[in-house]
Design a protein around this ligand. Structure first.
Ligand SMILES: Nc1ncnc2c1ncn2[C@@H]1O[C@H](COP(=O)(O)OP(=O)(O)OP(=O)(O)O)[C@@H](O)[C@H]1O
Length: 259
């Protein structure tokens, strides 16, 4: 599935208080299924995403990675089972604590600063605090010098940095990213990975879809491997890379064509 939008849901100012962070974890899928016209596209009996370092979701094309992210973020509803966030059913309150960045960012046709300001407003930050936070986010995204530039005239790498900063403006518990660097060069990829590492260190749970084993090595704490709509395994990254349990993951990592 190819996505072109960006979703990010803000909370109120109280929801940004540090003690409130992380309440929507773990994210748990129980008997989670998604079917269309009787065809089962995703079937995940049991999966938990815990607080901690980045979780990477891998698997061949069509494995169900985007569907899983969309179900986790409540963009589509399961046809079977449920997602629970911090023990609660996924709903408006828990979704407000999540943000999502897609492969190709769609930004407001307004300035770079206006895009981040939009995120800050959605987060419910008081006006006085917004200015400082805006400056900090622009600096962190290395976009201070482009604050007044029309966002849609940024390079692809700059647009994706802006999309990430706009999502992080809401201080989400969880940031989902669906192949955020697949059309970026190594330098732009590194810039995004640096932002994600920092966000992770500051307490945002990163859940990222990638096809790139190098990105798994650089970023992941644990890996969920999907194949044909099923979860083949969930493993700590070291074990996944050196001794994957599933034949599907081993074939994928060894470069064999998985069909
Ligand atoms: N709305 C839909 N109608 C019919 N089939 C769908 C729909 N959405 C997804 N699918 C199918 O579900 C399967 C999983 O799709 P999904 O986009 O989650 O795969 P993916 O693992 O993200 O793949 P890729 O790496 O190519 O992006 C695919 O076979 C896709 O064609």
């Amino acid at each position: 599935m190819r996505d072109t939008g960006q979703s990010f849901t803000g909370g109120d100012a109280r929801a940004l208080a540090p003690r409130a962070r992380g309440r929507t974890l773990p994210l748990v899928a129980r008997h989670l299924g998604y079917s269309i016209d009787g065809k089962v596209l995703l079937n995940i009996p049991d999966l938990a995403i815990h607080p901690g370092g980045p979780t990477v979701i891998m698997g061949p094309n069509g494995a169900g990675k985007s569907l899983l992210l969309r179900l986790f973020h409540g963009l589509i509803q399961p046809t079977q089972g449920e997602v629970r966030a911090g023990g609660q059913p996924l709903g408006p309150a828990t979704r407000r604590r999540q943000a999502m960045v897609f492969q190709r960012p769609v930004l407001l046709r307004r300035s770079v600063a206006a895009n981040v300001r939009f995120g800050l407003r959605r987060a419910g930050l008081p006006r006085a605090a917004r200015r400082d936070r805006l400056d900090a986010l622009l600096a962190e995204g290395d976009l201070s010098g482009k604050a007044g530039q029309l966002a849609t005239t940024l390079s692809g790498g700059e647009q994706q940095r802006l999309a990430v900063m706009r999502a992080l403006a809401t201080a989400p518990d969880i940031l989902f990213l669906d192949e955020p660097t697949s059309s970026l060069d190594p330098a732009a990829t590194q810039a995004i990975e640096d932002l994600l590492r920092r966000a992770s260190a500051q307490g945002t749970k990163i859940v990222l879809v990638t096809h790139d084993p190098g990105q798994v090595r650089r970023l992941a704490e644990d890996v969920v491997f999907l194949h044909r709509g099923q979860m083949a395994e969930q493993s700590p990254v070291d074990r996944f890379l050196s001794d994957a349990r599933s034949a599907a993951a081993r074939d994928f990592l060894s470069g064999d064509l998985l069909v």
